[in-house]
Design a protein around this ligand. Sequence first.
Ligand SMILES: [Zn+2]
Length: 119
Amino acid sequence: MCKVCQRRPEVAGDPFGRCESCAKAGRRVYQFRLRSVGSELQVAAGELSPRALNKAAGPALLAHSARPSVRPHLIGSSCELVMAGKRLETVRAAPALSSRLDQVLEALRAAARRTDPSW
Ligand SMILES: [Zn+2]
């Protein structure tokens, strides 16, 4: 199953496990794991470093106003960004985070303001 759209079969040999349509559109997903710090959420680890997240999606995350969508393929406290090139299409969150979706977006925005090379 395509790791981006979760709808179509993935193409053999695509390095990111995508279907033909998502590969053509240049879509990618980047997954992050969140942790609770007090009453807030914070990014604990991710497929992009803070610096790379800032570069790839910093301005897009600030401008993004849609609430993250809850997706059952995500487990635990994980979330992911769906990017098409520089454009942020959606933010997705695991069902366990469904009552804290605003905090998920805040955590990603805060992470994208960091300039550290690693988590
Ligand atoms: Zn796809």
